[in-house]
Design a protein around this ligand. Sequence first.
Ligand code: XMP
Ligand code: MG
Length: 184
Amino acid sequence: MEANQLGDDLKTVLISEREISDKLDEMARQIERDYEGRELLLVGVLKGAVMVMADLSRHLNRHVAMDWMAVSSYGSGTKSSGVVRILKDLDADVQGRDVLIVEDIIDSGLTLSWLLANLRSRGARSVEIATMLRKPDAAKVHIDVKYVGFDIPNEFVVGYGLDYAERYRNLPFVGLLNPHVYEK
Ligand code: XMP
Ligand code: MG
């Protein structure tokens, strides 16, 4: 879906399709170097990471295995609580393996810090993180993130896998919505 088909839903394009693609290239080269000679399991976190996973994996000039998890960190409220529920677990056994979690965005970091601890407790040899976006000003816990695409302001973003009420995930860029969209 293109920006000109969005009417006035979109306030601005924050990160263009081209910028995303260039960044993925950079991240892929780093990952190839860092994991040279080792097997690698990419773990995508549904649903937001679908685009990053699909594109990052295709930028990699090497074999990787791919698996998926779906987690929910939002109980009754709207804020990330750090209490995480597994909606869909991995098919793979991560025991002894090098795992790279692939994420769309790190906001408070609470979901991810839980996920890191969970995968480490299953005996993974290493667990690292690759995220396309990060909001440094929203961080509630410190997480070492090995691969970061873009640090962005603490504003709600959509596109490239990220939704508002399940819309906009299929935008090929990252954008900011006009307030009238969510103030309706
Ligand atoms: P944490 O635990 O890091 O949660 O606070 C990260 C998850 O929250 C969602 N999220 C967003 N989704 N636009 C979105 O569409 C945003 O700006 C945004 N910030 C956080 C997302 O599911 C992410 O995995
Ligand atoms: Mg997510």
